[in-house]
Write a protein that binds this ligand. Structure first.
Ligand code: UDX
Length: 438
């Protein structure tokens, strides 16, 4: 396939880089473009701006098909098909901030030429219409537009790209969708062909539904604590019903990351802007925010005032196998604990020891036992495998009070308790069930 014109990818974040490298793996030549000179310089010398398992190896394997540039002119010289994978962070209003998308699409439009623009970034429904109307306003008529949302999980992004549950392609004209579909040749997955607006909505609806599942099981967990049921068994029993499925029923301290929080908010906002009050999503967001506070409440129930107490956080990233701290529960938790007057120490396999701008005043160390030393309590925030292997007996020995709140229900309560720790998870109700009504 090396003779075929290369694919251009604008944006070398998680989505852009994984997309580029995976297309190169499928045999395409790919030009990656980013306005961030340092990122591109790093990539040229083999330094990755992100941690994603397997990405370094795949880049090494595909290096002769990949090139990197900071110049739109260079990108557009050879590329007819252009994937847009820039970020769409939440704006102050909760709407997705499309300024980077707009900058990229206009830079391309302004340079003319016949192009096929493929939107990978998560954008509000109607963006495809808006971008094409913008092109018309600029007098550009030769740019076709396709929506091709990504469904990549960090930590499993390469597998999700190469073995996806589905590929969604929304186009205004079928022939443009055909071109994009052909790029995925070699991947065995159902291709869902739709209009642009429908493809845009599939992405938001999928993420909002997954977030709803998490908030739902978190509320079930909270009730389990009141009535003496065990949410892990409840989730297992529910998940065996094929209409429900076993995935995304893991109760914990709430979802984080670069997608769920912003996408749920953006869909709620999008609905509101069009006159519809999306009640369910309001609750999903609220439950997720409250779930982090419950950990603080659990600590207070056991320790009384937190003022002057030391709390150790195990794990800071929003989930394991990533170095991503965006919207991580740890950030809110650390700040709330400090607000209560507690001293906070922390360990995370991916976050270097020392000061970190997201955790002012938090003592981040590179040994979990050092973080736990003299602590009045520990909270397991991220289910890193190393915490499963930790010597919990040694942990109990160094803590002032060996109390562990497992915010992910990750550890075996019996093993931890046998090591001498007081253990509590999320939704592992040991409360007495309510009495019969009189
Ligand atoms: C998510 C979507 O899965 C992906 O399809 C989308 O394109 C981008 O957003 P990602 O943000 O990488 O991917 O993380 P994911 O693995 O989905 O987890 C999101 C959050 O939900 C994490 O904080 C995780 O801890 C939490 N979670 C997940 C739960 O609390 N319980 C669960 O059962 C599953």
């Amino acid at each position: 396939m090396d003779g075929v014109a290369p694919i251009g990818v604008v944006g070398t974040g998680y989505v852009g880089l994984v997309t580029a490298v995976c297309f190169a793996h499928l045999g395409h030549r790919v030009v990656c473009m980013d306005v961030d000179e340092a990122k591109i310089a790093g990539l040229r010398s083999g330094r990755l701006p992100i941690y994603e398992p397997g990405l370094d190896k795949l880049i090494d394997d595909t290096t002769e098909r990949l090139s990197f540039t900071t110049s739109y002119d260079e990108l557009l010289e050879g590329c007819h098909i252009l994937f847009i994978a820039v970020d769409t962070p939440p704006s102050a209003s909760g709407d997705a901030d499309l300024s980077r998308v707009q900058r990229a699409t206009r830079e391309i439009a302004r340079r003319g030429g016949e192009r096929l623009m493929v939107m990978k970034s998560t954008v509000p429904v109607g963006t495809g219409e808006r971008v094409t109307a913008d092109f018309t306003g600029l007098g550009v008529s030769q740019i076709a537009y396709v929506s091709n949302p990504e469904f990549l999980r960090e930590g499993a992004a390469i597998q999700d790209f190469l073995e996806p549950d589905r590929i969604v392609i929304g186009s205004f004209r079928p022939e443009d969708g055909d071109v994009v579909e052909a790029l995925y040749r070699g991947i065995d997955a159902e291709v869902v062909r739709t209009s642009v607006a429908t493809a845009e909505m599939i992405k938001y609806a999928s993420n909002a539904f997954l977030a709803t599942k998490i908030s739902f099981i978190n509320e079930i967990a909270n009730v389990c604590e009141q009535v003496g049921a065990d949410v892990r068994e409840v989730a297992r029993g529910m998940g065996l019903d094929h209409r429900i499925g076993p995935h995304f029923l893991q109760a914990g301290i709430g979802y984080g990351g670069s997608c769920f929080p912003k996408d749920v908010q953006a869909l709620k906002q999008l609905a509101g802007n069009s006159g519809y009050h999306f009640q369910l999503l309001t609750a999903v967001l609220e439950v997720n925010a409250l779930q982090k506070r419950r950990v603080v409440t659990k600590l207070k129930q056991r320790l009384g005032r937190l003022h002057g107490k030391k709390v150790a956080l195990l794990g800071l990233t929003f989930k394991p196998n990533t170095d991503d701290l965006r919207e991580a529960a740890s950030i809110v938790l650390a700040a709330r604990l400090q607000g209560e007057g507690a001293r906070v120490s922390a360990h995370d396999p991916m976050i270097p020891a020392g000061e970190h701008p997201s955790f002012p005043g938090v003592a981040i160390v590179d040994d979990p036992l050092e973080a736990l030393s003299d602590a009045d309590a520990a909270v397991l925030v991220t289910e890193w495998p190393e915490y499963g292997r930790l010597d919990w007996g040694a942990a109990a020995a160094v803590m002032r009070r060996p109390l562990l709140i497992d915010g992910r229900n990750f550890l075996d309560p019996d093993v931890v308790a046998a090591s001498g720790l007081e253990y509590d998870g999320i939704g592992l109700g040991d409360a007495e069930p309510p009495a019969w009504p009189a």
